[in-house]
Design a protein around this ligand. Structure first.
Ligand code: GLC
Ligand code: CA
Length: 555
């Protein structure tokens, strides 16, 4: 199978400094006109990503799935869902990506399968205590006749984390654990069969040419088999941002998960130059850093940075903590501002407060300030792309695309909305199909008259074709930033704060001879030097960096 990999020298591996672009397959491009994105659609649009200047593309799950959680509920780990295409389409996508110089990162979901997975169906048919049930986490309930769930643990999406099954005799029986939706039963990672199965799944995609994995909810596979109840105040599983007082926790970030990390790392090390990145909502950063020790993950998402508000002092301290924590174990830091689980940063920065994760923004909520949000988002992205380490972009952010914050509830698909009875509107607002051409049906996303989530009219002005070649557009800004980042090897450089320019309302550092400065306060004058790129039009003439603007200057 096709691979582009040549082993790179230690310390200079591609993943240490790359820009990885997240494609959400349902919403990137639709080739067959059914209103849902697919692999052929992506393939057609790949040149646009090569032109943008990213190094790798991470694909959210496209595996066979009943799509109860947009594909994060996998029923066959070795096949493509017909909604998205076939294995042959995947092979073509890999070949095309590699010929354009783009790496391919596959999303692996090891904490849970779909309830439609063959092994879960067998588990339901089998008896309590059977080997089939032992692949998942089945327990008897509490109470006189087992009518109460085994613990008070709550699903991340709301409601109990346990669902009771009906046994073969027609009577209510055991309960199974699902940290997410009831259609996402958790695997039993104490069972050697599951360990072997996932090693084999990793090899399946590596053999097919995948350059690496993003590993979904990587910190929850190990459970406390004493099944203790949680304090009521803490039984809502949140996502893993624990304080030291909550540790050890019965399912988040247990020590044993590091054995799994090491096992997978040794599988990846059988191949040349592959990498894996953990989605682990582990805090504080000093704990997170343990995940990227030399024999564990290559990278982990840095959610401390993602959670950080647009505030100079806070940004600076998250960056310091990240570089110290990750650097301490010889790993690069990563930076990310948006993904398919959070409100797009263009809209987040247009609100006075970050909505809690999964909350989303609905038509009844206070609406973000679009102009302010976009200005700050551009400044924040320009700042992020100057930092050393790996950077992650989420599809549409290069267009400055806002959250769809007025999506009508009748269109909602995220299980969060249903499991919280609408209390949280969920994550659909950042998952809407992206606009390519302003005057085409579904803004060039595909031929269908309507898309799986409807696009708001405001997307027309953010369409790629409106921005292409237009000086000062967000798209052209990203292209320039990525080009200069490459020219000056900023991803593999080093950060040095420039103290005189750092205060309560501005932050500045030097990286490989480039000064990167963001102004979060009153207009300020700039040090002299050639302006390489900036978020502000007309900066060259004025020499004054306005509020919420970023500039890169050659020193
Ligand atoms: C991760 C994914 C999210 C999904 C959840 C359950 O957090 O990013 O989209 O719902 O895992 O798989
Ligand atoms: Ca389609």
């Amino acid at each position: 199978m096709t691979t582009t990999n040549k082993k790179s020298a230690k310390g200079h591996e591609w993943w240490r400094s790359s820009v990885i672009y997240q494609v959400y397959p349902r919403s990137f491009a639709d080739a067959n006109g059914d209103g849902i994105g697919d692999l052929q659609g992506i393939k057609k649009r790949l040149p646009a990503l090569a032109e943008l200047g990213v190094d790798a593309v991470w694909y959210s799950p496209f595996f066979k799935s009943p799509q109860n959680d947009a594909g994060y509920d996998v029923s066959d780990y070795r096949n493509i869902d017909p909604l998205f295409g076939t294995l042959e389409d995947f092979d073509q996508l890999v070949a095309e990506s590699h010929s354009l110089g783009l790496k391919v990162i596959v999303d692996l979901v090891p904490n849970h399968s779909s309830s439609e997975h063959e092994w879960f169906k067998l588990a339901l048919q089998a008896e309590p205590g059977s080997p089939e049930r032992d692949r998942y986490i089945f327990r008897d309930g509490k109470g006189e006749s087992g009518e109460l769930p085994p613990t008070n643990w709550r699903s991340v999406f709301g409601g109990s984390a346990w669902t009771r099954v009906t046994e073969a005799d027609g009577k209510a029986g055991q309960w199974y654990l699902h940290l997410f939706d009831s259609s996402q039963p958790d695997w039993n990672w104490e069972n050697p069969e599951i360990i072997d199965e996932f090693n084999s799944i990793l090899r399946f995609w590596l053999d097919r040419g995948a350059d690496g994995f993003r590993i979904d909810v990587a910190h929850s596979m190990k459970k406390d088999w004493n099944f203790p109840d949680l304090d009521e105040s803490n039984s809502d599983s949140g996502g893993g941002a624990l304080t030291e007082a909550d540790i050890p926790h019965p399912f988040w970030n247990r020590e044993g998960v590091h054995d799994i990390n090491r096992r997978w790392r040794s599988v990846l090390d059988e191949y040349d130059d592959r990498a894996m990145c953990a989605e682990a909502w582990v805090m504080p950063l000093s704990r997170m850093a343990k995940w990227v020790r030399p024999d564990e993950y290559h990278q982990t998402f840095n959610f401390g940075y993602l959670d950080c508000p647009w505030d100079a002092t806070k940004l600076r301290s998250v960056i310091d903590e990240s570089l110290a924590a990750f650097g301490g174990v010889g790993a690069p830091s990563t930076w990310v501002l948006s993904n398919h689980d959070v409100v797009r940063h263009t809209s987040r920065f247009g609100l006075t407060e970050n909505p809690p994760q999964g909350q989303g923004i609905g038509p009844e909520h206070k609406q973000p300030n679009e102009k302010l949000g976009l200005r700050r988002a551009r400044a924040a992205s320009a700042f992020m792309l100057g930092l050393p380490g790996g950077a992650y972009l989420y599809q549409g952010e290069e267009l400055g695309l806002p959250e769809h914050s007025t999506l009508e509830h009748r269109y909602r698909q995220d299980p969060t909305y249903f499991r919280t009875n609408g209390e949280k509107v969920g994550r659909d607002g950042c998952r809407v199909p992206i606009p390519w051409e302003h005057d085409k049906p579904s803004f060039g996303f595909g031929e269908a008259a309507s898309t799986w989530l409807p696009q708001p009219n405001v997307f027309a002005k953010y369409a790629r074709d409106v921005q292409e070649g237009v000086e000062g557009s967000t798209l052209e800004l990203y292209k320039k930033l990525l080009q200069i980042r490459k020219d000056y090897s900023l991803g593999s450089g080093e950060l040095h704060w420039l103290e005189p320019l750092c205060g309560d309302s501005s932050i500045a550092f030097e990286n490989n001879g480039v000064l990167i400065i963001s102004n979060l306060g009153e207009p300020m004058s700039l040090p002299s030097g050639e302006i390489l790129v900036s978020t502000q039009t007309g900066l060259m003439a004025s020499g004054q960096l306005e509020t919420d603007q970023t500039a890169w200057i050659r020193l």
